[in-house]
Design a binder for this molecule. Structure first.
Ligand code: ZN
Length: 508
């Protein structure tokens, strides 16, 4: 307010009275002094109003800038144009990144000449999850850059380092990643296929493994840079776990079944459908995988056998508004609330969505696109009795002298389905393992549950990506594994055995 008054007075002082010019026709009109004063008064008032407005705007902007700088320090420092970032890089040695079990995933080594280099002891293994820190940044290297370039060692140590002309050690990042599970997942996918695997804890959201293929060696990033950025066909740098967009295929039947239960809470268990291998509606025809005739099926059997025609039939009965709300709540067409780069899954259901599109939507084909991470989140919500947890990769930041700088804990994204709905879906997902398309997971030392998918990307040739998403143990889920193997074939044949190896390694 004080500023405003000063400016108001200043302005008033500068404001001079204007002379009214005489009219050219010589017909002069003499203005009375009180009239001039009144006119000036109005002008003064107008100018003051404008002054007030701009002063207020200036104050709001100043407060905004100060507040923004305080709350977005991390973002501002991460902006490579920020000189403070350059200063921190010069003063501190970039911190290390560790796995959950304390293995070094990234570190900076400095030679005798003071030249430093970023090292990734596991080579390709954590390429997308940990990322790289030259030619821009990716993965945890990007997400946690602010902490890695800062140093929170005590001031006494900083002073010692400065006196000795040494850099301060940057803060270290501790992740939720498990080396054994990451290795198993990567080896299980092998080198022939491209695809993605994610393993996470459905109760906490901790990500244990995040594998994307093809991969690259971050130690060689400077050498291979030109090659990897020009190879648009294989998109090596794309983290397929969170950025890959795939047709959901039959794994989407988890969502379709949920919607059917939701719209028919009292009668879903009495659902019956007679599958003759295909369903024709208007000009559209939906077929079961390889034209299999499933015969008379209820909802549970439709799910276990992954009967397309039965699910397309359910899709035709859906209330568009309700279905649209269900998928929206499950994070379709929305940014995933994660702290690393991700793509938005797509599924549009509107009042005027055609029957043809509803049938395609119900079986996860058509325009439906999902990332493996998003499917793992939905699976985790089922496993966690309807509550969705935020997936996270970083558990803690510590200074080089082991003082905690920041701790990350589990975060709930809220209930996305009722406990009762989750219980029914869990029963169906167990049936898939007992008698359906994932029997390769039955008769083991642990009990698993899940859903397979063979997502067609070429309907003419009938070529498909192999999906599996599931969890174990069935009665008290500890781990969710979601797998997609590009251009492999059926989920039951190609994705289930890979998920099994990850489960085996976890329960070993
Ligand atoms: Zn069928």
């Amino acid at each position: 307010m004080k500023t405003m008054k000063t400016m108001k007075n200043g302005k008033t002082g500068k404001h001079k009275k204007k002379r009214i010019p005489a009219r050219k026709d010589g017909n002069r009109r003499i203005q009375k002094p009180d009239e001039i004063q009144k006119r000036d008064g109005i002008k003064k008032k107008e100018i003051m109003q404008v002054t007030y407005f701009f002063t207020a705007l200036f104050l709001i902007l100043s407060i905004y800038i100060v507040t923004y700088a305080a709350t977005h320090e991390e973002e501002l420092v991460n902006n490579s144009y920020n000189p403070r970032q350059q200063m921190l890089i010069t003063q501190n040695t970039r911190g290390s990144i560790y796995s959950a079990d304390g293995e070094v995933l990234a570190r900076t080594v400095t030679d005798d000449n003071g030249k430093s280099k970023r090292e990734y002891p596991f080579g390709n293994l954590f390429a997308h999850a940990v990322g790289y820190a030259s030619h821009g940044r990716m993965g945890i290297e990007a997400q946690m850059n602010y902490y890695l370039i800062n140093s929170n060692v005590p001031f006494s140590q900083k002073a010692e380092n400065e006196a000795a002309g040494k850099k301060n050690p940057g803060d270290n990042v501790y992740t939720t990643l498990d080396v054994k599970l990451q290795e198993t997942a990567s080896e299980a996918m092998g080198v022939v296929y491209d695809g993605a695997i994610v393993a996470m804890n459905p109760k906490t959201g901790e990500v244990y493994a995040m594998v994307s293929k093809p991969d690259f060696d971050p130690n060689q990033i400077d050498t291979i840079w030109e090659q990897v950025i020009s190879d648009t066909e294989s998109s090596v740098l794309l983290n397929r776990v969170s950025q890959g967009m795939y047709p959901a295929g039959s794994t989407f039947k988890i969502v379709t079944a949920l919607e059917y239960i939701r719209e028919n809470p009292d009668s879903y268990s009495g659902y019956r459908y007679d599958c003759s291998g295909s369903l024709t509606h208007g000009e559209d025809k939906i077929s079961c995988y390889h034209g299999t005739k499933h015969g008379s099926v209820d909802l549970k059997k439709s799910f276990a056998k992954s009967c397309n025609t039965s699910f397309a039939n359910m899709g035709l009965s859906f209330d568009r508004k309700s279905f649209g709300d269900t998928v929206q709540k499950l994070y379709f067409n929305r940014e995933l609330p994660v702290d690393f780069a991700s793509s938005q899954s797509r599924l549009i259901v509107e009042e005027d969505t055609t029957d043809s599109d509803m049938m395609q939507n119900a079986i996860g084909q058509g325009k439906t696109q999902i990332s493996p991470l998003h499917l793992a989140m939905i699976t985790s919500a089922v496993a966690n009795d309807g509550e969705m947890m935020k997936p996270y990769l970083v558990s803690e930041v510590k200074s080089a002298d082991h003082t905690t700088v920041k701790k990350y804990t589990s975060e709930s994204l809220g209930r996305v389905m009722s406990k009762e709905e989750a219980a029914v879906l869990k029963e169906y997902m167990q049936e898939v393992v007992k008698s359906g398309t994932a029997t390769k997971l039955s008769g083991l030392s642990y009990t698993a549950a899940g859903k397979t998918g063979s997502a067609e990307y070429n309907t003419v040739k009938g070529e498909s990506h192999a999906w599996f998403t599931g969890y174990a143990p069935a009665d008290d889920p500890e781990i969710v594994v979601t797998v997609i193997i590009e251009r492999a074939g059926s989920g039951g044949d190609y994705a289930v055995p890979i998920a099994k190896r990850v489960f085996d390694a976890y329960f070993e």
